[in-house]
Design a binder for this molecule. Structure first.
Ligand SMILES: [Zn+2]
Length: 294
């Protein structure tokens, strides 16, 4: 694997383009309520770009700088994008979203009209926001020829009446449910090859239908972990509880399993909220595993 440019990576014959819907301030204490400050002290010097000091309601707090990462994969004439960011016009942790994805795609030569598959790691609001767009008051898919592929278990979970009635329901009504009327829904049960060498694999826990993406070409591999990790800290501390996980123990098990596979097979590791461009490798230092940006 040779980096062909800051935002492009080659995995065998597959080209990956790193995209972003912006970098958002996110509340560290809400995301990791059980992680003691002393543990963060070890990781801030390793990943300074992930942290920011903010004054919130008159109090100085450490928050995250969270990249809302999106990836485009080009394989043998097919284009798959993984996730669609926050989308427009909403707040995240009280801050307006940056709405950068479509501009970033234009700047990096990824045309929404040429996307064959929109793969969603899961159905949280920061991963589905640009699925649809308003065009003259009418809603239409942002990626006109694409099918939208994601885990069947997420479709079933987020369609439960109590979920639809809550905050996740707003996301479903705005960005997911209308897809069904356009006939572009593609629900995945088990593993599925989406394009040559690009395979969705179940990694439940963060959400019931959360899926990762294995990129495989020649002798090179990469693994997109989606939200299995909410911070590079969790590459080392896989047991740390991540509050957005629907099922904490299952999330922890998937995180550990996938990272162990990636390390064993020498894969590059990508995740939705790692700092831009969002990919790196796993290194060992004094017996502990760390994520190292490329
Ligand atoms: Zn997320």
């Amino acid at each position: 694997m040779t980096p062909a440019g800051q935002h492009t990576l080659k995995v065998g014959d597959i080209t990956i383009t790193a995209l972003s819907d912006g970098v958002q301030p996110c509340d560290q204490r809400l995301l990791f309520p059980q992680t003691p400050p002393s543990l963060w002290d070890q990781y801030r010097p390793r990943f300074p770009e992930c942290f920011t000091d903010l004054e919130v309601k008159g109090e100085n707090q450490t928050w995250f700088n969270t990249n809302i990462g999106v990836f485009a994969f080009h394989s043998r004439g097919k284009t798959v994008i993984a996730d669609t960011g926050n989308g427009p016009g909403i707040l995240m942790f009280g801050f307006p979203v940056k709405e950068e994805l479509l501009g970033d795609m234009a700047a990096k030569g990824v045309d929404p009209a040429h996307v064959d598959t929109v793969f969603l790691t899961h159905l949280h609001g920061d991963h589905v926001g640009w699925n649809l767009q308003k065009d003259g008051g009418r809603v239409r898919p942002t990626f006109p020829k694409a099918k939208y592929s994601f885990g069947k278990a997420d479709w079933e979970h987020f369609n439960k009446p109590d979920i639809l009635a809550g905050r996740a329901g707003e996301t479903m009504h705005r960005s997911v449910l209308p897809l069904s009327g356009f006939g572009v829904l593609d629900l995945i049960d088990g593993e599925r090859e989406l394009a040559p060498g690009i395979t969705a694999i179940p990694s439940p826990g963060h959400t019931p239908g959360h899926m990762s993406l294995l990129i495989s070409s020649g002798n090179e591999r990469a693994l997109l972990l989606g939200d299995l990790i909410g911070s590079p800290m969790q590459v080392t501390e896989t047991d740390q509880f991540y509050n957005p996980d629907t099922d904490g123990p299952m999330g922890r098990a998937s995180r550990k399993r996938m990272l162990d596979i990636a390390e064993r097979d020498g894969m590059y590791v990508m995740a939705s909220h790692l700092p831009k461009p969002g990919w790196g490798k796993l290194v060992r230092f004094q017996g502990r595993r760390y994520w190292q940006a490329l």
